[in-house]
Design a protein around this ligand. Sequence first.
Ligand SMILES: Cc1cc2nc3c(=O)[nH]c(=O)nc-3n(C[C@H](O)[C@H](O)[C@H](O)COP(=O)(O)OP(=O)(O)OC[C@H]3O[C@@H](n4cnc5c(N)ncnc54)[C@H](O)[C@@H]3O)c2cc1C
Length: 381
Amino acid sequence: MNKPNHSEVIVLGLGAMGSAAAYHLARRGRRVVGIEQFTPAHDRGASHGRSRIIREAYFEHPDYVPLIQRAYELWETLQKEGGSRLLLPTGGLMIGPEDGVLVQGALTSARMHDLRHDLLRSAELRRRFGALSVDDDTVAVWEPRAGVLFPESCVLAHLRGATRSGAVLKMEERVLSWEAEGGSVQVHTDKDQYAADHLIITAGPWAGGALTHLGLPLQVERNVMYWFQPADAALFAPDRLPVYIYEYRRGAFIYGFPQVGRDGAKVAHHHSGELCAPETIRRDVSPEEVTRMRDILTHTLPGLNGELLHTATCMYTNTPDGHFIIDRHPSHANVTIACGFSGHGFKFASVVGEILAELALYGHTRHPIELFQMNRFGARA
Ligand SMILES: Cc1cc2nc3c(=O)[nH]c(=O)nc-3n(C[C@H](O)[C@H](O)[C@H](O)COP(=O)(O)OP(=O)(O)OC[C@H]3O[C@@H](n4cnc5c(N)ncnc54)[C@H](O)[C@@H]3O)c2cc1C
């Protein structure tokens, strides 16, 4: 007989990654308990803000391409099951100097994996995308499969799917500590305690706190999202402007979306440089920050100069090399960790859920995750 509060797997944190892990475990018929300190699809971590880019010609590293291809399949399956829209294809533009990291990285992935793409010059960019302002020597890699994911709907779809398959989800309950001993794990929360054969830690910006003993080199970074009213809304419609990343200065990026709701078009810096902690992050946005963004838009998307309709803050959890951490705990084989998504993890959440379920249940995964090993930082075991 099962002991009370004993399950096969506990998932600590039900944001993008934890909700997906709970879903994939429950779908495999496993007894899973998910524990989340806030409400479903809340706005205090890393997985809110109405839109996320999904793209395939991955400038960060070509090894991500097979993972994103599986992620697309899984998002589409989840969308069919749940009935609400999760993904809007728009195509994507990686804009910048031809020899810059963004354009060169996207080209490398596209060529290595034989992805459909075009290299567009400035004249063509101006002709086709009226919202963009580009210098004569600016180019862009166009990719057809990129688009928008709706993050809150994605997290809710995973949570609902998990519950439908029997997962028990404890919301507004905070994990205070955990320990692994003799092939089982104990988890203490502010309300109860639980035991399981396996623990998956998907705590997002709180991961450093849940894993202090490992001394992982994680840095949490505050990032602001801005929604501006475009002067000419037609130029920002999804059939006129795809999702984009724009290297507007060497090594400095903004990214954005067409207007998908009624609240203007969203734009943001990719990496603000402002470090923070999840407990004390500054949620207000200063007038100086808004002015800085407007200055950049003058040279990149000059039509995005209308009223500022909305802002929101969100946290990146950065690793030193910008690649994820997905691995087993170095001293506890029954604890699996996924964190350090460095501001580009959301699009992969569906496949990360599958990877975490496989790692927890079988100790290995069919997916290539060598890039994400923890020992690249010499983590303490
Ligand atoms: C502004 C911004 C823009 C982004 N844009 C993109 C993009 O366009 N494309 C893309 O692919 N990625 C993007 N990302 C990155 C992506 O959103 C993140 O990598 C991803 O959401 C991380 O998910 P997570 O599950 O690790 O973290 P989270 O979603 O934050 O989940 C962690 C969860 O753990 C819970 N938790 C933590 N500690 C405890 C505890 N002790 N007890 C109980 N619960 C706990 C938290 O409450 C939280 O719900 C962006 C991120 C930001 C901030």
